[in-house]
Design a binder for this molecule. Structure first.
Ligand SMILES: NC(=O)c1ccc[n+]([C@@H]2O[C@H](COP(=O)([O-])OP(=O)(O)OC[C@H]3O[C@@H](n4cnc5c(N)ncnc54)[C@H](O)[C@@H]3O)[C@@H](O)[C@H]2O)c1
Length: 431
């Protein structure tokens, strides 16, 4: 089932007319003139891909999404993008393991963002070979497709902080609801790119391997490419699960009145980055490709945007005016007690800095999930093209909330600090 906006493996040909639309005023970081060639986003139906596609499409840039729709629920993102942007969006439903389809998709790309991946550590423990085939081999397929082109378009690859391992050698101390490094320099700046690579878990290995290939293709074949070692990204269109996307997952659980499983003591700290800030960084990376190619950058909210699991629970309790139910369980394998990105290298190279603070970003995600998560709006809308699942999206959210600051949070009278005495129940196999 296809229409003018989509192409599947089955119909073979690209015949979509590219429609250029006017620039959307006020959109930051879309300074480039309109192009008729599409930006290719592999894994583009996912959380980060949808946000990037929306930014580009809103500025009149044609986009080709390449995604096998393996992640449950991403059809909703496609439906929303199609409803919002119409013909400017094209979709290729295919797997990055399919070299021929990938070659075809890269042929006319103006820029490439490679997000398609098996994204969860937990799933990688269950099926390391599949994880390798998608993350490592799939990335190599893409690199080879690009290398075969007379003038390869620039590539941005999203790696992970998991390439630094469990960071078990870093001395930590407890500070209330969070861990923090004993070393004051690490507390102030986080981990920089000189940290030795130490791949942990099959996911860490496959992403780390892919990342090394990406960087080497610049070194060896002069392919213009940049890699981000990303910490936790959160934001609209994120349908997080227990296995990936913990900020959204905690919020969804709370909204559904379901308990939240905490693996470990909940004092784990991450720097979280709102997806809009990440998109700014992506676009800047491409703009500065001439000087950045061949390098990797740690990318996250940085020391100014850190939060522990327990602190997020407190924030959710404020948002909902009640504490979510918790269950504590054993530590997960290779879980970093403390990871904060030192973002100075990328900031100094491009002038980038995150703008959305944790409280604002979490509140915006909470509001979006309140309206737009699947169970919040069961209505099914008609579909364009290949996608056949139900749609609960409410595109109006974006229009109504454009430029709006979140409502101030009410302070609860009772402290919501988690005391660690909640019932312990094994829900999933400890990895
Ligand atoms: N979200 C984060 O916090 C985070 C952190 C570090 C790194 N990353 C990396 O960023 C990228 C995007 O992450 P996300 O959060 O948007 O994940 P996501 O799961 O929402 O998106 C990934 C997309 O890839 C698609 N996909 C999966 N396997 C595929 C395959 N074999 N062929 C084609 N498409 C396939 C899925 O259907 C999905 O739409 C991933 O590479 C991930 O490893 C994300």
């Amino acid at each position: 089932m296809t229409n003018c906006k989509t192409r599947t493996k089955r119909n073979g040909k690209v015949h979509n007319p590219v429609r250029l639309t006017a620039r959307v005023p006020g959109l930051s970081l879309m300074a480039k003139p309109l192009r008729s060639k599409p930006v290719l986003i592999t894994g583009g139906a996912g959380f980060i891909g949808t946000n990037l596609a929306h930014r580009l499409l809103s500025a009149g840039q044609p986009v080709l999404l390449y995604d096998n729709l393996r992640r449950p629920g991403v059809e909703r993102n496609l439906q929303w993008l199609q409803a919002t942007h119409g013909d400017l969006l094209r979709v290729e439903v295919a797997d990055v393991q399919n070299f021929r389809a990938l070659r075809q998709a890269t042929r006319h790309a103006f820029r490439v963002f490679h997000f398609a991946a098996q994204v969860a550590v937990t799933s990688s423990l269950q099926d390391p070979i599949y994880d390798f085939e998608v993350n490592a081999r799939g990335t190599l397929n893409l690199l080879e497709s690009l290398r075969m082109l007379p003038t390869p378009p620039p590539l941005l690859f999203t790696s992970t902080n998991k390439v630094y391992g469990d960071l078990g050698d870093v001395e930590l101390q407890v500070s209330g609801p969070r861990y923090e490094p004993v070393d004051p320099a690490l507390r102030e700046h986080g981990f920089n790119e000189s940290r030795p690579l130490n791949f942990h878990s099959p996911y860490g290995c496959s992403k780390g391997c892919a990342c090394q290939y990406v960087l080497d293709y610049t070194r060896t074949f002069h392919l213009p490419a940049v890699a981000f070692h990303m910490s936790c990204i959160y934001g609209l269109h994120q349908l997080g699960t227990e296995d990936q996307g913990w900020v959204a997952h905690f919020l969804i659980q709370a909204l559904e009145n379901s308990s939240i499983n905490i693996y470990g003591d909940g004092r784990q700290v991450r720097d979280i980055l709102f997806v809009e800030d990440l998109i700014d960084a992506f676009l800047l990376a491409h703009e500065h490709m001439g000087t950045l190619a061949g390098q990797s950058f740690n990318m996250g909210g940085g020391p100014g945007n850190t939060i522990s699991l327990l602190e997020l629970i407190d924030l959710i309790a404020e948002l909902q005016a009640r504490s979510p139910a918790l269950r504590f369980d054993a530590w997960r394998s290779a879980d970093q007690r403390y990871y904060v990105s030192d973002i100075r290298k990328f900031s100094e190279a491009t002038g980038w800095a995150p703008k959305v603070k944790v409280r604002e970003g979490v509140t915006r995600l909470y509001e979006w999930l309140t309206e737009s998560r699947p169970s919040a709006s069961p209505k099914i809308l008609p579909l364009n093209g290949v996608v056949a699942a139900g749609n609960g999206h409410q595109p109006d959210y974006h229009r109504r909330n454009a430029g709006r600051k979140p409502a101030p949070l009410k302070r609860l009278r009772e402290p919501n600090r988690v005391n660690g005495k909640c019932t312990v129940k094994k829900l999933v196999k400890a990895p």
